[in-house]
Design a protein around this ligand. Structure first.
Ligand SMILES: Cc1cc2nc3c(=O)[nH]c(=O)nc-3n(C[C@H](O)[C@H](O)[C@H](O)COP(=O)(O)O)c2cc1C
Length: 176
């Protein structure tokens, strides 16, 4: 695929736009950024709530956490910028406890949360990563919700898996 009007090679501008509520997706986004930096790129990492403009970048990587089967922040960002993201969204990821187990049935609703938040967009790279739950950072209602869905408590972020995924993206950028 060619990227019309974009900068060439390592000078390509890359945005990693991510959502977080309790902070754990920041670590995932930073791990992706770290891997791209090791590959020679200089990504800008930005929280979705600051509404970074995709137009200023050649490629966008988008991600966020799944809460109660939804990725509302990512969906909102896509709604606002869908046209600009069509040619720029190279990768998207979801962070959720459903990805802890290699169980297709358990993962399906969280995978669907990412798919539906992306609307018509079809990025070449999709990542699903286990996250972190820290009851100390949750409201009473959120703690109750976690108990109801029997979600495990702890930090399950797998940085090797995240870096391996980011390496696929940097390899793709080098070939493009
Ligand atoms: C109230 C609540 C609801 C959650 N709902 C889901 C869910 O539906 N699916 C899932 O895979 N993970 C779910 N999780 C796990 C979060 O996605 C996970 O903790 C993630 O790492 C949070 O990211 P953040 O720290 O960036 O906000 C839920 C967590 C909480 C506290």
């Amino acid at each position: 695929m060619s990227f019309k009007g974009e900068s060439s090679g390592m000078s390509r501008r890359i945005l990693i736009a991510y959502a977080t509520r309790a902070g754990s997706t920041t670590g995932v986004a930073e791990a992706v950024a770290g891997q791209l930096r090791r590959a020679g790129y200089d990504p800008v990492i930005s929280e979705i709530h600051t509404d970074p403009s995709p137009e200023e970048y050649d490629h966008v990587i988008l991600g966020g956490p799944v809460y109660m089967g939804h990725m509302s922040e990512v969906a909102g960002y896509v709604q606002r910028h869908e046209a600009a993201l069509q040619s720029r969204l190279i990768a998207a990821f979801a962070v959720g406890m459903s990805f802890l187990e290699d169980d297709k049935e358990k993962q399906a609703p969280a995978q669907e949360a990412l798919r539906s938040s992306l609307s018509s967009l079809l990025p070449r790279h999709i990542g699903y990563f286990a996250g972190k739950t820290d009851p100390g950072k949750l409201s009473f209602l959120q703690r109750m919700a976690l108990k109801i869905v029997k979600s495990p408590v702890g930090d399950f972020r797998d940085y090797e898996a995240i870096q391996a995924w980011a390496m696929e993206i940097s390899g793709d950028l080098q070939r493009a």
